[in-house]
Design a protein. Structure first.
Length: 302
């Protein structure tokens, strides 16, 4: 990884991003797992973000654009490339009932901003720890709603053409935890706009607090994790399948199937990426053997 060469290509926007070398994945991810990342950059504007991507491409370096790193497992050996973290791109605006936010804004912040303006639609974001960019990419959702229910459009940087594109709802090809951004990783979410409806602030607030209460009761929020590890197979509940397979509480090293919610793998303190992967393999094989169901990972390996 030639940091100097890469950064020299972005001198025109040097003040517009922060960077650090050798940051541990465990200090970046919600899982608190992962070895050193060769270079982490935090662009503060879309110009800097696009410039950093172009520099990585010119230098032939591996790169990934990430948000809050709440759905990621970084390898124990680390990541030999540039991790572009959007958490410093947090602009947002409200025009009538249309809420627009930059990719790095936390979705919980968006939920609170909508509630404060007595606008309904983003309540389901409350309790999801990711960013707008991560949520659009993953079509994040909870409690019967997801991004595809409220999104109007997003602005994308096409890394191949160097153009900024406006994607309509249809262009996103949303599916369960799936979008065009996942199918075609050469696009990056710059911002997204959501269509909200006028509501009553107190009812919106009460609903959000109810959703948070349900999360606290059902999810192991007291431990580092990356949320649900697997997608829900059609017609089944993953946590129930895992529980019925006798794997609730199963451990490999410091990684454990949560006793509270078997769909979560938690880091009990010193879990490695290898522990998590080994536990995922055990679960996948047992569910395949017992039910003939192929569990699909929601968790992304970097
Ligand atoms: C306790 C807990 C609870 C959770 N609950 C839920 C839940 O209820 N529902 C749910 O759907 N998820 C849930 N998650 C998972 C996770 O929070 C979501 O998937 C979230 O949308 C990921 O956002 P992020 O910013 O952290 O993305 P990251 O983890 O940083 O990245 C995820 C993927 O998106 C890509 N990406 C990120 N930003 C961009 C961008 N700007 N442009 C292009 N690609 C980008 C990354 O490259 C990566 O492939 C939970 C996680 C935890 C830890």
């Amino acid at each position: 990884m030639n940091t100097k060469a890469l950064l020299s290509l972005t001198t025109s926007v040097a003040a517009d991003f922060d960077y650090a070398e050798g940051v541990l994945g465990k200090s970046l991810t919600s899982f608190k797992i992962g070895g050193p990342v060769a270079l982490v950059v935090w662009p503060k504007s879309r110009v800097a973000l696009m410039s950093l991507i172009r520099a990585a491409l010119v230098c032939g370096e591996r790169y990934d654009v990430v948000g809050a790193c709440t759905n990621l497992l970084i390898d124990d050996a680390g990541y030999d490339g540039v991790l572009i973290v959007t958490s410093k791109m947090r602009g947002s605006s409200l025009k009538g009932t249309v809420y627009t936010a930059e990719c790095g804004l936390l979705v919980e912040y968006a939920a609170k901003a909508a509630r404060n303006a007595a606008l309904s639609g983003l309540e389901f974001f409350y309790g999801i720890p990711g960013t707008i960019g991560g949520a659009v990419t993953m079509n994040a959702g909870a409690y019967g709603s997801d991004v595809s229910c409220v999104l109007i459009s997003s602005e994308a940087y096409n890394c191949e053409t160097g153009e900024i594109e406006k994607l309509t709802l249809k262009d996103h090809e949303f599916g369960y935890r799936m979008s065009i951004y996942r199918k075609s990783p050469r696009r990056v979410v710059l911002s997204a706009s959501f269509s909200l409806s006028r509501g009553d602030r107190e009812s919106i607030d009460a609903y959000m607090e109810d959703l948070m209460k349900r999360r606290r009761e059902k999810q192991p929020l007291e431990y580092p994790s990356a949320g649900s590890v697997f997608k829900r197979p059609p017609g089944y509940y993953t946590a129930k399948l895992i529980e019925e397979a006798g794997l609730k509480g199963a451990r490999v090293g410091g990684a454990q199937v949560s006793e509270k919610h078997a769909g979560f793998i938690i880091n009990t303190g010193d879990a490695t990426a290898a522990d998590v992967k080994a536990l995922i393999d055990i679960i996948t094989e047992k569910i395949r053997a017992e039910h003939g169901i192929e569990l699909e990972r929601e968790l992304i390996y970097l």
